[in-house]
Design a protein around this ligand. Structure first.
Ligand code: 4NP
Length: 152
């Protein structure tokens, strides 16, 4: 059965568009539907940040088809797994959950790499290109593990 996966950060222009593009690149669209959203509404309809576009391109991925959108409570109905980038995102998304089942869909993405450690993917927005490269590498590692699980 196809799994619906949502990647969530604050702005939906830096981290979650990378997570969306990376996971899509590792799985068939027959296996998984991947989307992303932001807890904030600052960048609705915007392209991903130019630095995310650049680091994705460097690794062979084109994420320029993506546009920003805000996370909404109805997303709990559509998505089976909701991966958040940091603990702020976690609290914001959990605050919109209507049930325990909804809450159980929400996971910190780096807990795939460091189980139970609740490590954040740092927000690279205020920094330089190197921050985006670091974020790319963290998300690539996490998405490799997620893809293996979804293929199993
Ligand atoms: P993101 O980074 O959550 O990884 O997309 C941010 C982008 C923009 C803003 C915050 C975080 N902002 O406040 O505009």
């Amino acid at each position: 059965m196809k799994t619906n996966v949502l990647m969530v950060c604050l702005g939906n222009i830096c981290r979650s568009p990378l997570a969306e593009g990376i996971l899509k690149s590792k799985l068939s669209s027959d296996t998984v539907y991947v989307d992303s959203a932001g807890t904030g509404d600052y960048h609705v309809n915007d392209l991903p940040d130019s630095r995310s576009i650049a680091v994705a391109k460097k690794h062979g991925l084109d994420i320029t088809d993506q546009r920003g959108r805000q996370f909404k409570a109805e997303d709990f109905k559509k998505f089976d797994l909701i991966y958040v980038m940091d603990n702020f995102n976690y609290n914001d998304v959990i605050s919109l959950a209507a049930s325990i089942e909804d809450q159980e869909k929400v996971k910190l993405i780096l807990n795939e790499v460091f189980p139970g450690e609740n490590v954040d993917v740092p927000d690279p927005y205020q920094g330089g290109q190197q921050g985006f490269e670091n974020v790319y590498n963290m998300l690539d590692e996490a998405c490799t593990i997620i893809a293996k699980k979804l293929n199993a």
